[in-house]
Design a protein around this ligand. Sequence first.
Ligand SMILES: NC(=O)c1ccc[n+]([C@@H]2O[C@H](COP(=O)([O-])OP(=O)(O)OC[C@H]3O[C@@H](n4cnc5c(N)ncnc54)[C@H](O)[C@@H]3O)[C@@H](O)[C@H]2O)c1
Length: 332
Amino acid sequence: MEKKELRVAVVGCGVISYNHLTALKTTNGVKVIALCDVNAEKAEARRKEFSLDAKIYTDYYEMLDSEQLDAVHIATPHYLHAPMTVAALKRDIYVLLEKPMCITTEEIELIKAAERESRADVTVCFQTRYNKANVVAKKIAEEDGIVSAYFTLLWQRSNEYYTESDWRGRLKTEGGGVMINQAIHSLDHLISLLGKPIAVTATKSNHAHRGVIDVEDTCEGVVEFEGGLRGNFYATNAFIGASRTSIFVKTKNHRLEVKNSLLYVDDKLVEDTEAAEHLGKEVYGNGHPTLIAKFYAAIRAGEPMPIPTDSAEWSVRLLLAAYRSCGERVEI
Ligand SMILES: NC(=O)c1ccc[n+]([C@@H]2O[C@H](COP(=O)([O-])OP(=O)(O)OC[C@H]3O[C@@H](n4cnc5c(N)ncnc54)[C@H](O)[C@@H]3O)[C@@H](O)[C@H]2O)c1
């Protein structure tokens, strides 16, 4: 692509749009020309906060048809990810898509088919792949030889977290609970360490949010990977302590733990992996600027996307299989 300034829009001006707009502020050669939210006040508030010369839309499709966009960042509720991505791809607009990629396996196929037809591509926002602790852990693990890995995600989510949102906690709009929303980054790490998942045996339940959500707040399971490795997970939004996430990796000679943004090797903190300032909540890490810079560099160079759908789809396939499992082994 020629060296012109790329024209960018953000749809969904809620919590995580802060990370996207902060990153876009320091990305060379891009201009945010439009913001879209069904709630115009939220888009207006972001326009002011970031001093943007951007047009406000409340209708995504009108924005796509009215502006000459090169890329759109999709940061809307989960059920909108697939239709909004397909609409952008049909217009040859690149997509930086917030996780999860989508909420059904049919939608995975729709997005990939639209990508094949389009001159544009999709990057899925697994920005924690770029957290220094994760990068260093993966390097040590791969060099030493991975034996197994598992994660525990112990989060506290109040009833209000769900009741104050018009999309969280509902199967139709969120597509699931703790797995599709909070644990998906950890699933993505498990897959990046152990390879392609081929089967899962899992159980899910709603321990502490009965009558409030119609999705799981807790899920645990065992995953089999191509090549014979196995991994475990336990994820809950019903924890009563302070929220924490740990990924444990057993390698031939070491035990690694990435606890939030810190890396421990054989129980010793590896000092220099402590994350610098995080953007927004600590769990988001500071990967959005890195990922977004890589996304635009790839567009300009005509190179493959930094986190393509071929890689991002597996976390969705795995968690949907875990939902189907009900304690039985299910192939992915
Ligand atoms: N990568 C991460 O670490 C990370 C962190 C938080 C959230 N997320 C993801 O980002 C997405 C948004 O999450 P959030 O926490 O910002 O949610 P949010 O509810 O704060 O924001 C969503 C916004 O989308 C708007 N919206 C809803 N329907 C719309 C439509 N049809 N057209 C335009 N706008 C519409 C809402 O008005 C709201 O402002 C989700 O997919 C979530 O999983 C990712």
